[in-house]
Design a protein around this ligand. Structure first.
Ligand SMILES: *Cc1c(COP(=O)(O)O)cnc(C)c1O
Length: 359
């Protein structure tokens, strides 16, 4: 047996692969990867593969990026991890400050999680708990968009509308409201907003928050909408006194042309922005929940139980924060302009296909 086949066999025996029907994996076994460099993955037999989905959308600058790796190595020799309750550390503080600055201070309070789904759980809990602390505990319903995706833990799945991930667990899930989503190709923005308004009016006083993927519904099949939808949604959620959660786990970190997709709306900031995936450039799990002074103040009290007591063992992991700071260094050094150049090149390269009507 080659090392390649050997690893496949052992993986099928011992590893339960994610998002995989293992009976199918037995027929089409997982691809053993020996190393990654730039846009390429290499197997054990010297073949290389172009990583076109960036390792599930997490990789921003290619595999084995020297800058990010260097930052992690340096942090590893100093402080790999310490608990973030009762202690603090420089990489977490600096990361929180830098993300706050990118919102002009509007989202100045940063809570750390480990995966995208944990960021969604945190935002849902913070939204509900802040209303509860303000004496409005009846605001406990959530609104999400048709075909939206926010992760696969029980709370995140409750605001996710992708049947293949959701159906088996439906009996376990909190009941969220699912409203029509905008799709630029269909020109249905006004209808989507009217449906949202009708729901917010009907459930007035009962809704804690609306959660959306700004500009692009990724898992829905890259379904796009205009910034104008988000601007109108921000106004609607203000009118009905409902939090707005912008899940930028996929679209943030420069993926949509600005660091936060929200920057393109020209609207007030949402109450929460969630980041994960690209924030460590595809090296380590980390997620962030950025929120406002208003939400933060709702928890400020002599009473411990009015605080946000949520935690994960690896909350604010120093290695992951060091990687994220190295990613932000790249954006500070003009990464967005480089992204735009690449986007122009790709658009030119694909133009002939568009003319043929093939894309
Ligand atoms: C990937 C993703 C999540 C979930 O993140 P995980 O790290 O996979 O838990 C949530 N929301 C959006 C928009 C995503 O793309």
């Amino acid at each position: 047996n080659s090392p390649q086949q050997d690893l496949q066999r052992r993986s099928l025996t011992a590893v339960w692969h994610p998002c995989t029907q293992m009976a199918r994996a037995a027929v089409v076994p997982p691809l053993p990867i020996a190393r990654g460099e730039g846009a390429w993955l290499y197997d054990f037999e010297g073949r290389r593969y172009f990583d076109a989905n960036s390792a599930w959308w997490v990789n921003l600058f290619g595999h084995s990026d020297a800058g990010i790796n260097g930052a992690i190595k340096q942090q590893l020799d100093t402080l790999p991890h310490v608990m973030l309750a009762g202690c603090t550390h420089e990489p977490a503080v600096r990361l929180a400050e830098r993300l706050s600055a990118r919102t002009g201070g509007a989202l100045g309070h940063c809570f750390f999680g480990s995966d995208g789904a944990s960021a969604v759980e945190i935002a849902l809990k913070q939204s509900f708990h802040s209303w509860r602390n303000l004496g409005r505990g009846e605001k406990r319903e959530f609104v999400c968009l048709k075909n939206g995706y926010h992760g696969e833990t029980i709370g995140a799945l409750a605001v996710t509308d992708v049947a293949i991930f959701r159906d088996a667990y439906d009996p376990l899930l909190m009941r969220a409201h699912i409203v029509p989503s905008p799709d630029s190709r269909l020109g249905n923005e006004a209808d989507a907003l009217a449906a949202m308004r009708a729901l917010l009016a009907e459930r007035q006083g009962q809704i804690a928050a609306v959660i959306v993927e700004p500009l692009v519904q990724g898992a829905a099949g890259m379904v796009m909408h205009e910034p104008s939808y988000l601007k109108a949604l921000r106004e609607l959620t203000r009118e009905f006194d409902v939090h707005l959660i912008a899940d930028e786990i996929a679209v943030g970190c420069g993926r949509s042309g600005t660091f936060f997709a929200w920057e393109q709306t020209g609207a007030d900031w949402p109450d929460f922005i969630l980041l994960s995936k690209g924030i460590t450039g595809g090296t380590l799990p980390l997620s962030l929940v950025l929120t406002t002074e208003e939400v933060y103040q709702a928890f400020w009290s002599e009473d411990v139980t009015r605080g946000f007591l949520h935690s994960h063992s690896y909350t604010g992991n120093a290695l992951a924060c060091a990687a994220a700071n190295a990613v932000l260094d790249r954006f500070d050094a003009g990464q967005l302009a480089a992204n735009r150049e690449q986007a122009d090149l790709l658009a030119q390269a694909f133009a002939p296909l568009a003319q043929d009507g093939r894309i």
